[in-house]
Ligand binder design. Structure first.
Ligand code: BES
Ligand code: ZN
Length: 398
């Protein structure tokens, strides 16, 4: 491992000028090429650009104030046209640990036995049970919150609504429970629907997506980013009940808080699973599923994901959702919550609504509405991802 360059001496609270007592100091890691655009944005706001705390290879860690995260997210998105991400850390120590390479994926211990197609009864039932009106209904409900920003009251209300919606879907099943995963540093909780495995309850399969949206100051419906992903897998929960599918492994459906401000919710959850030695055998991320932007229906993101599991997902589509087409794509950075799991050493995949450069152009604006999905006012594209997630749960959960 290369030695980290200590810049700690320069850490004289560069952002202290305006910091209120409740405006916490945090650290973000970002590609070193993003430093100049962030510095320009800070200058425009009249903020001092902090000196780097750490640097390794082409990644730099800088201290920021919590109130600056939204501007940083904005500039990264605008300036890099979705080609740069950042990850937020609660302490410099945590940021430093992140610069060490991720451990070997735990999934390798289970070997190729994991990725077999031997449960067609459950897979075909769930693929056939999911419906477009149900997916659309969840998108409409989530997008109706003015914003789902992670510090906003409406963002907390949206998370609570999702928990109670999942609890209602699961009410007839004693093996299902809808809970909140609270985060000490901000108000919005993550939401977890656990289906306890009948035979291997200690082997966990995760299906998730972020429930937050961007702006605290204005309307941020986030219908595609990411009410759509939440809606796609919420319909799988309903299908599991309709098909009376009782998995042998534990399935956790997770709506992550605070993704838009540096993957904060999923990072805490993935770290929790790693620190507690929980055997997560696979992770499926759904983030943006309802805008058909490419010839192929699905973009399989090949960076920050597990190649073996990606192959399995292609096989699931070919076998169980044969009308759906796919192609490879890349984000080029840690663009969503799957990267939190990858960084924690677990096998994660993210089938996306399009080739990354051809996805929904309205995300992070007031125009990210169901009316501007593709096709408009429908959840037909998101339904394809419900089918993929249904097949995934059937074959990974057995
Ligand atoms: N849904 C996006 C990620 C995304 C955008 C994936 C376009 C594929 C195509 C996610 O909510 C997001 O906005 N991520 C941030 C980075 C994150 C680390 C704050 C982004 O892409 O700017
Ligand atoms: Zn986003």
């Amino acid at each position: 491992m290369k030695r980290l360059i200590p810049f700690a001496l320069f850490l004289m609270s560069p952002t202290a000028a305006f910091a209120g007592a409740d405006d916490r100091e945090l650290w973000i890691s970002l590609g070193s090429d993003a430093l100049a655009p962030v510095a320009e944005a800070f200058a425009r706001e009249g903020w001092a650009m902090p000196a780097a705390s750490l640097a390794k290879d082409d990644v730099t860690v800088i201290p920021v104030r919590e109130s600056q995260l939204e501007s940083i997210a904005h500039v990264m998105h605008e300036k890099f046209n979705r080609c740069a991400g950042f990850v937020t850390y609660e302490s410099l120590d945590e940021a430093e640990k992140s610069l060490v390479p991720a451990p070997e994926p735990r999934v390798e211990t289970l070997g190729p036995a994991l990725y077999t197609l031997t449960n067609p009864t459950a897979a075909n039932c769930m693929v056939g049970a999911v419906t477009e009106p149900n997916v659309r209904s969840t998108i409409t409900s989530m997008a109706a919150y003015t914003t789902r920003y992670y510090t906003s009251t409406s963002g907390v209300n949206a998370a609570n609504w999702l928990r109670s919606h999942w609890a209602t879907l699961a009410s007839g099943r004693t093996d299902m429970a809808a809970t909140l995963f609270t985060h000490a540093a901000w108000a919005q909780p993550s939401v977890v629907l656990t289906v306890t495995g009948s035979t291997f309850p200690n082997e966990v399969v995760v299906v998730g997506g972020h429930l937050d949206s961007t702006s605290s100051g204005s309307t941020a419906p986030g219908a595609d980013d990411n009410a759509s992903g939440i809606a796609s897998f919420t319909e799988v929960i309903r299908a599991m009940v309709a098909c009376d599918y009782r998995p042998q492994r534990t399935i956790k459906f997770i709506g992550y808080a605070a993704e838009e401000v540096g993957l904060r919710g999923s990072k805490e959850i993935a770290t929790y699973h790693r620190n507690n030695g929980i055997n997560v055998v696979g992770v499926l991320q759904l983030d943006m599923t309802n805008y058909k932007g490419s010839t192929a229906d699905v973009g399989i993101v090949t960076d920050y994901t597990n190649a073996t599991q990606n192959t399995f997902i292609r096989n699931l589509i070919t076998t169980y959702v044969p009308g759906v087409t796919y192609t490879n794509t890349t984000c080029g950075y840690a663009c969503s919550d799957h990267a939190s799991w990858t960084n924690a050493g677990f096998a994660a995949s993210i089938p996306h609504e399009a080739v990354v450069s051809q996805g929904n152009p309205y995300i992070h604006t007031v125009n990210d509405t169901l009316a501007r999905s593709n096709p408009p006012n429908m959840a037909t594209h998101a339904l394809k991802f419900s089918k993929i997630a249904g097949a995934y749960v059937a074959e990974m959960g057995k």
